[in-house]
Each structure stands twice: as C-alpha cells, then as structure tokens.
Write a protein that binds this ligand. Structure first.
Ligand SMILES: Nc1ncnc2c1ncn2[C@@H]1O[C@H](COP(=O)(O)OP(=O)(O)OP(=O)(O)O)[C@@H](O)[C@H]1O
Length: 319
C-alpha cells in the first residue's frame, strides 16, 4: 500500500541562492499528489531532493523510518529501490531499443534471469500500451510514446513511490488525457504513492488527491485537492485558476505599482470544482473520497455547480 513520504522543514540553496525554505508536507501513502509552481520555483529540485540526488541544506525527509536527507550512502541506496522516476524527456538511452531501456534497471539491480526480465518488461510495456513497440529506438517514436516507455521503465522494479516530472510537457491535450488516465489506473492497480510535477491546470484539477504550490521560495499551500480548489488565498486562487489578476506576475512577483493598478479589480469567482478522474475498470482510487467530502467536513461551501457529473472544466483552465 505505497509508502508515506514525510518532509520536515526542508531548505535548499545553491550557493547564496535560496531555492525554497522550510518546506513541510506529507505525501500520504498510496495517494496521488501534484506539485505546482511558477517556472523556476524549484519543483524539479524538490523531486531530486526526495530521491537523494540533491542534498538539502536543512530539514528531513522521512521514508520508512529513514531520514534520507541525512542518512548514509548505503541506506540511501536501499531506499532508492522504493522509487520509480519518470523524467521530463523520458531519459531513455538513445542507442538502446525500448526493450533494453526497460530491462536496464533489472539487469543492473537484480539477479533475475533473462526470461524473467523478458516477462516483466513485456508486462510493463503492455500496461503502458506499448506492446509490439519493444524493438523501436527512442528516436523512432513520438514524444507521448517516449513518456510511456519511460513510465514502463520506472515500473519494472515495482516502485512504492513514483516521481513524475512534467508528464504533459510537449503532449497534445488528447495524449495528456490518456496519460492522466494511465496514472489513475496504475495508481489503483499498484497502490504506489505518486508525486507529479505539472503546469497543466486541467490535470491538476482532476487527477490528484492532494495539491501543493511552491511560490516565492516557500510552499504556499499543500493539502487535499478540494482544500486548494476552494481556497480564496490570492496566490493559490490565481495559480489554480490560471488568472492574470493576483500577486503572481510575469517575472514571479508583481511590483507595488502593478498591484496598486489592480487594487480595484476583484479576483474572478472560483469556477466549480470538477469530480476526480476514476479508474477505467471501475475499481476505487487508492485515496477514494466522496466528492465534496472535504468541503462538507470543513464547513466550506464549494463554488456553485461543483462536483456535478459531466461538468466541463474551468473556463480559465487550459488543456
Ligand atoms: N544543480 C544546480 N546548480 C545550481 N542551480 C540549480 C541546479 N539545479 C537547479 N538550479 C536552479 O534552481 C532553480 C529551480 O530550478 P528547477 O528546475 O527546480 O525549477 P522548476 O520549478 O522545476 O522550473 P520549470 O517549471 O521551469 O521546470 C533554477 O533557478 C535553477 O537554475
């Protein structure tokens, strides 16, 4: 049932440049979380810190009782086996066909026989809809297929935690919808804990159980999807509804003159909260909750029209 990741007071700088400070959040076991933030706010740095590729300056990352921010290299090596990572470009070896790319982690990290490896790779290729494409080179397939191949490779070691960096970058809206559904189906099937970094607002509104927003060198908010989608906190409401009115400007923060010019403008009303995507085989999501449950429990009235079936997505949301 996936693994919880608990981040406490994490801070990361490069030289004198603070990337983010005092970040605390818990990725609940088996649930899907999305991390958002304007470009350059350190989302990729956050993913790399979680897997121990970058060392934070301060703070802790607890996974199964081990603090991977401070543990020995030997313990980090063991904990890394819990992770699968899908990098932005798929990070495939260009000279190897898809089969060998997917077999690579198994050949490197296990003593499985070639026939066992073949079975695992074919199974994962099938899950991501690439059966039959095993012999193709990464350069011979589309960007969407490369992402799915990267996902198959991230799955071969049966990860408990999947980190996914901008799965929708460079994909058209239809391919994005397919890959989102694939994440939902996979999450229900393998129960791993997912963290997805994305800029796509439609995906953010419908895919995750939890949403986080990095902004201006700190974590502006992290919590259940309904908490952020019903929030009127200016930075959160502006970003999640893809609005120009609000504190975030073209180069991160607006200056005093820009904010003064906007003082008369009201933030547009929040759009209805859509239902979450559901697994296509009818099984429940790992973090399944009744639509509107969080709002009811916290006495929040969601925007009118929320949680209706077959509602269209927010007008401001870009696919
Ligand atoms: N190894 C490194 N050494 C020095 N600076 C780095 C390093 N890696 C990242 N940075 C800096 O950290 C900041 C955050 O980068 P990061 O790629 O995490 O942003 P991001 O939020 O993922 O951006 P985007 O949405 O555009 O992908 C940038 O200013 C980047 O230049």
């Amino acid at each position: 049932m996936g693994v919880e990741v608990k981040v406490e007071n994490l801070t990361k700088s490069f030289g004198s440049q603070l990337i983010w400070g005092d970040v605390s959040l818990t990725l609940p076991a088996g649930e899907i979380s999305v991390m958002l933030g304007p470009s350059g706010t350190g989302k990729s740095v956050f993913l790399k810190s979680l897997i121990g590729l970058l060392k934070p300056d301060e703070g802790h990352i607890w996974i199964e009782g081990v603090d991977i921010a401070t543990c020995k290299e030997k313990d980090l090596y063991e904990i890394r086996k819990l992770f699968g990572v899908l990098f932005q470009d798929g990070a495939m070896f260009g000279s190897m066909n898809l089969f060998d790319n997917c077999a690579f982690p198994l050949r490197e990290h296990t003593r499985k026989s070639e026939s066992e490896i073949r079975q695992i790779v074919m199974d994962k290729m099938d899950i991501v809809g690439l059966a039959g494409a095993e012999m193709k080179l990464p350069g011979e397939i589309s960007g969407g297929m490369r992402k799915r191949a990267g996902l198959a490779r991230a799955l071969v070691l049966e990860p408990e935690i999947l980190l996914i960096d901008e799965p929708d970058s460079g994909l058209d809206p239809v391919r994005t919808a397919y890959i989102n559904q694939l994440f939902i189906d996979l999450n229900a099937q393998i129960d791993a804990t997912f963290l997805i970094v994305t800029h796509d607002i439609n995906s953010t509104r419908t895919v995750p159980d939890n949403i986080g927003l990095l902004y201006h060198k700190h974590l502006a908010m992290f919590g259940p999807r309904e908490m952020l989608l019903s929030s009127t906190e200016p930075v959160v409401a502006q970003f999640l509804n893809a609005q120009r009115v609000g504190p975030i400007g073209m180069s991160e923060e607006k200056d005093a003159a820009e904010l003064a010019a906007e003082a008369e403008l009201d933030m547009p009303p929040l759009p209805p909260i859509p239902r979450q995507l559901e697994p296509s085989d009818g099984r429940p999501r790992a973090g399944q909750r009744e639509p509107g449950a969080w709002c009811r429990e916290h006495g929040i009235t969601p925007p009118p029209g929320s949680f209706e079936e077959n509602m269209s997505l927010a007008p401001g949301a870009t696919a």
